[in-house]
Write a protein that binds this ligand. Structure first.
Ligand code: UGB
Length: 420
């Protein structure tokens, strides 16, 4: 039996037309002998076709307007209100991925000090969207409006820049997760490459052009062995598709900086953790499993060496993001044309003290007062790197970035948040 979709949209449209034409012909010969009847029926068919075509165009335009969850006078008012600046010298920031982990924290921090903030998020289901809705509710209670939409929607972006002359864009929307790239590679291309280009196109055409700060990743260092990782180190050996899309993002933003005069700052985040975090990350899923008495899997590197990460607490990352926005020079272009050189910057935002995964588990066990059921296995070839370690001298010098929370303290805050 043909599916509803096949019935509505036959797979061979040409055949459909021919069959229908034959059928109409047969009907035609059988029923209409006289010329005048034929003429009347011809008129009828023309009218029928015309009304079908206008109905189709109504449906097309309708699906565009009715399915969108944005637009309209009330919506524009909410966007404008949210973007209003309440301090002298403040900025108006479009935060993409505002219902995400880092996005929600940065949005709140900016709003609290009086900057205008408009969020944008597609609320996808990479992890439980109810957590994103809860973050949204928190932001709403602080008068941050989150537009529900995709960064790939060029019409939406054009509309947003039409309604608000954003001075800055904090681009945090992304497909995160290193290992998930093996399951759903195209999601990384859609969210980390295609949407970045859509956003840069919108920024390039906006008047004034905003300055852009965006989330790159520590994963760009890939198989780099020089420790600690510095911004000038080699980043051409990504170990995962996630890393490759973030590295591509660094190259793509450079192009827009070079051609259109967009001010760009890329931030290489090092395994960010904390309250309101991402449930797919190890510290979060380990905590949940330990509490539920379920086993956890700990990956071990080559020759039995423990994996290590430069885990960085969310509040420190927020300070780095805000510092980047505050020091971002202006974009120079207008009318889609470059008028002079604009800043292009890349910074590590890490903690500078890597901790092994078994140590992380030990800290969690102490905070939770429960023992983990550990299942230690060799690291599968899934894009993981053995360790990360940030050199943050550049961010310290130029952004005033100074992480202050160690893993012990940060995980305590996370566990306390989780038990609320
Ligand atoms: O800095 C980044 O740029 C990235 O940081 C984060 O990636 P990772 O450093 O891989 O964090 P995370 O998954 O918490 O695994 C931590 C450790 O636990 C190990 N790990 C993980 C899962 C598991 O079941 N067992 C295990 O041992 C695992 O092998 C690893 O050694 C972000 O998710 C990513 O989006 C990106 O932002």
């Amino acid at each position: 039996m043909p599916s509803l979709e096949e019935e509505l949209f036959p797979s061979t449209p040409g055949k459909f037309k021919i069959d229908r034409a034959h059928a109409i012909n047969r009907q035609f010969n059988r029923c209409f002998a006289s010329t005048s009847t034929m003429f009347l029926w011809a008129l009828f068919l023309i009218a029928l076709t015309a009304s079908y075509l206008s109905f189709q165009s109504f449906v097309d335009s309708g699906s565009r307007y009715f399915s969108a969850s944005w637009g309209g006078i009330q919506w524009e008012k909410q966007v404008r209100n949210s973007a209003q600046i309440h301090r002298s010298g403040g900025m108006s920031v479009l935060v993409t991925g505002a219902a995400g982990f880092v996005g929600s924290h940065v949005s709140l921090a900016l709003k609290r000090r009086g900057d205008g903030v408009v969020g944008l998020d597609n609320f996808n289901n990479y992890y439980d969207p109810s957590l994103k809705q809860a973050r949204k509710a928190l932001l709403n209670s602080h008068n941050v409006f989150i537009v529900e939409g995709d960064v790939n929607d060029a019409r939406l972006l054009a509309k947003l820049f039409d309604v608000v002359a954003f001075s800055h864009v904090m681009h945090l929307a992304a497909q995160a997760g290193v290992r998930y790239a093996m399951e759903n590679p195209h999601s990384y291309v859609h969210s980390n490459i295609a949407s970045l280009v859509t956003l840069l196109e919108a920024c390039k055409s906006a008047n004034p052009q905003p300055a852009i700060v965006w989330a790159s990743s520590s994963s760009v260092y890939g198989l780099n062995e020089k420790v600690p990782f510095s911004e000038s180190d080699q980043t051409d050996q990504p170990a995962s598709l996630y890393a490759a899309t973030k590295k591509a993002g660094e190259e793509i933003t450079h192009t827009y900086n070079h051609i259109y005069g967009l001010s760009v700052t890329g931030l290489r985040f090092f395994t960010v953790y904390g309250p309101w975090g991402r449930p797919d990350m190890a510290y979060f899923s380990f905590t949940r499993n330990i509490l539920q008495g379920k086993p956890i899997t700990i990956y071990r590197g080559k020759n039995g060496v423990d994996l290590a990460r430069d885990f960085t607490y969310i509040d420190d990352i927020v300070k780095g993001c805000v510092g980047s926005l505050d020091t971002a020079g202006k974009s120079t272009g207008s009318g889609g044309k470059k008028r002079g050189p604009a800043p292009y910057r890349v910074y590590n935002l890490g903690n500078t003290s890597p901790v092994t995964v078994p140590t992380l588990v030990g800290i969690l066990e102490r905070h939770l007062k429960m023992k983990a059921k550990k299942n230690v296995v060799d690291m599968p070839g899934n894009g993981d790197v053995p360790f990360t370690h940030a050199n943050i001298s550049l961010a310290r010098r130029e952004l005033g970035y100074k992480p202050t929370t160690d893993l012990q303290t940060g995980l305590k805050k996370f566990v306390r948040w989780g038990s609320l």
